[in-house]
Structure formats: C-alpha cells, structure tokens
Design a protein around this ligand. Sequence first.
Ligand code: NAD
Length: 492
Amino acid sequence: MFYFIYINGEFVETKNRQAVINPASGEVIAEAGVASKDEIELAISSAREAFDAGAWPRISLEERKGFLLKISQGILDKAQELARLETLNTGKPIKESTFMDIPSSAKTFEYFANNLEGFLKEETRELENARSRLVREPHGVVVLIVPWNYPLLIACWKLAQALAAGNTVVLKPSSLTPLTVLELARIIQGTGLPKGVVNIINATGDVSGELLCADKRVDMVSFTGSSEVGKKIIGYSSKNVKKLIMELGGKSAGIILKDADLELAINGSLCSIFLNQGQMCTAMSRILAEDDIYDKFISGFVEKAKRIKLGDGLNYETQMGPLISKAQREKVIEYVEKAKKEGAKLLCGGKISDNPELKKGFFFELTVFADVLPKMSIFQEEVFGPVVCVSKFSDADEAVQLANATDFALACAIWSGDTALAQKLASQINSGVCWINTYGMFYNEAPYGGFKQSGFGKELGREGLLEYTRLKNIVTDQTQGTKPIVNYWYGF
Ligand code: NAD
C-alpha cells in the first residue's frame, strides 16, 4: 500500500518514496511518499495562500467548530482501522492504541470545537481615558513537527488547537511513523475543509527541518521531540523570528514516600515507565523510594515487571511491544552498558529478548537498575526505552533535591498517603506537571508542558489553545470630546 502526502487539498504522488517498517517483525508494511524540496515549498505556499486569501481565517467560529467536529467524527468512524495501523507502525499494544491514542485524538478535536468560542472571546479593559480591546488572532501559517511515540495523538493535539485558533498548517510526522497521520489527511479531505488549510508532508527532519522552520512565510513552529532537535529548530527559527512551542525530552521522577499505598505505588510506577515501551516523554525513568520502604518497593516492582508480557502489539495479550527501530534499541543498549560500567545494579532485563518468536522485531526486556546515584548517566540522560533506575532517599527534602537534580523539568509523580505533604513537594519540584497518586492522565482541559531543557509553551486546555493565537491590543480614546493629551503634546 502506498500513502500519498497531502498538499493544497490533493494527494500528491511523490517521486521519492520510503519503506515503512513494522517494528514487531522488521517487515515492510507500506510505502510512503517523501516530500522533495519543491513539495515542501508548495506545502508552505499553499498554507500561506490559504491563510492570506482563503476563507478559513474569515469563516465564522460556528463554521470552524463544525469542521473540527467532522474531523473528530471521521477519526471515530475509522477508529478500529486507525488503531490497528498505529500498532502496526509503532509496535505499541493494541489495547493502548484502541483505548488511548485513537479515542483521545478524536476527543481533542471535539473539546476544542466545543470550547473555541469561549476561549477566543475578546476582553475589554477600561483604562484611564481609553478602552482596550484584547483580541485573539491566529498567528498565520503554523508548522507542526511531531515525534514517533504518539504519532496520531500528538499530531491531533497540535492540529486541533492550530485549526481552532484559525491558523493554516503544514504538519510533518516522523518519517518512522507517517501512516496514521497520512490517513488523517483522507478524513480531513472528506470534511471539505478549504484547500491549503492543512498540508501533510512526510520527510526526514534533516532534509525538511531548516526549510520548514527558517522560512519567512511560516509564523509559528510547534515542535514535540528531543531536546537536541529542539535546539536546532530554535536556531533555524531565529533567522526570521517565530513564535515557538517546544515540547522536549524528560527524565522525570516518581517519588515513593514511606506512607504510600505500596501496591498502588508499584502498579502505578510500572505503568509510568513501561507503557508504550517506556518511549514516553513523561516516563518516570527515575524512581526515588524512601529508605524505609526501598527494599520492599524494589522486590514488588521487579517481581511484577518480570510478569509483563512482551510480544507483537496486535496480540491482545501483549502488554509491551518492541522499540520503534533497531537504531533506538542500539541507543538503549548503549545506555544500559554505560549504567553497568558506572556501577548501577542491574536487577532484571538489560538485554534483547531471547524469545525466538520475537527475534525479528526490535524487542528489549524490561530493565530495572537499583542503587543509582545522581552522577550516573542513567540518572541524568533520557533513554527513551523500558529502562528505569531506582534510587534511595531519607527524607522529603532529599527527595526534592534528587528530583530536581537533572537538566530536564517535565513531570513528576508523587505517591503518598499524606496529600498535604505531596502538595508541598509538588510545589518544590521543578516540573511542568505533577501527578499525585496517579500517573500520566492527560486531560484536554488541563495544560501540559515542561520547563528547562524540557522546553516551553503549553499544549491543551485554554492556555494551550491561546499559544496558537497572538494577542492584539486595540486602544480607543475615551476622553471627553476625544481630546487625548497626545493631541496637545507639542502645544499645537
Ligand atoms: P526527534 O527529535 O528525533 O524527532 C521529532 C521530530 O523532529 C520528527 O518528526 C523528526 O523527523 C523531526 N526532526 C528530526 N530532525 C530535525 C531537524 N533537524 N529539524 C526539524 N525537524 C527534525 O524525536 P523522536 O525520536 O521522534 O521522539 C522522541 C523524543 O521526543 C524524546 O526526546 C521525547 O522525550 C520527546 N517527546 C517529548 C514530548 C513532550 O511533550 N515533551 C512528547 C513526546 C516525545
């Protein structure tokens, strides 16, 4: 099957093509078009034209809402097909794509459709002898660059917000996982959205990055991916100064206090690192356990980790799939070897699965390191795989100090029976999101995003939508008889 790219309302059969791989088997599942330099140019100019001269930024909010609802429904209509495709392309268990990725993608469009009018409402402020109207406008052309771990979901978060705000878009999925996003193009075409409003191209980042992010016709770049690539994008975008959202990497800490419900903390922590094969920006890849319960936590955690069933994501019994690629698995192996050399204690996993049925895929065993110290690379660097390190702390102050001891500041999870203490720690921890006695719940209503090397800007919620708008201040004189002092400043 061949997946076309989508420019100016049409599917384009590109000259360049690439194979798309199923990471569970290493087999080719489809071919996707790869945009050339000219096709990237065309995508940008189509989005520009659609914004400057097209109907989209000028239609009523009610009509805009209607289009978003149609996209949401289109995703739901194809939910089963999309879930299967997402699992085939990413390897994630079908339970995750069926119950998380696909319905959440549809729900985000529905949420912003139903709330855009309220969120974009203008505000009036009475000033001294003047009135200010604060008006939310779309930025214009927005480039959306998304990673491979949640290909459709992250694309839909960005797309729903960008469109709800009235922008036009060039969307670029990761070339490892372009399929569901290219399928989304069919849904979008079916809604009758004006041509050029959404353009979806597939290309590798090194070829397309500078073309997309430095271009003068692009007003905003919303990026989710690694901190390393994020820094490059900030560099490209600085050439013509653009509004940016950067959702980057993480090395988040799950803190287990001695008064936590241990079973809850163990089960939640398993999910917080092994869901999606640990390939989550918010993965709690560092677990900090209080010394009183450290040994008990570790033995319960490792015992359950060993029972998580590795396999092909299409099998409903599978609880963890393969890593996204051979290269990603090699990167994970490098981190594991380094951790061992630096003295971390390997408690389970740490190697490629030796199950003969999984030989062809990019599987890696669930890996737990204990006695990890802050100076070790496994404590500091993002692995992006099913590898967790556990460290010990002796009081709440030390927990905060350890949690804050990396360059990242994306998320944390605190497990405790004392909610007042947990709230206090949450206020001291350097992270954009803190979960207390839960993990990883993303709500369309609640903004999400990191600090420090984890990036800046918010996605979701009212604040997320407003990132995709610019705020205009229109000041009108209100002096009696319209005689503002400025008219007499020079005494004329
Ligand atoms: P990546 O940075 O390698 O790639 C992300 C996207 O950027 C892809 O579409 C890729 O093609 C593109 N890209 C690569 N080089 C580029 C360049 N020079 N210019 C422009 N675009 C370029 O990340 P990945 O490996 O796809 O995803 C994993 C990373 O994403 C992890 O670091 C993870 O923490 C992060 N992530 C962050 C969040 C968040 O919300 N903070 C969410 C998911 C993933």
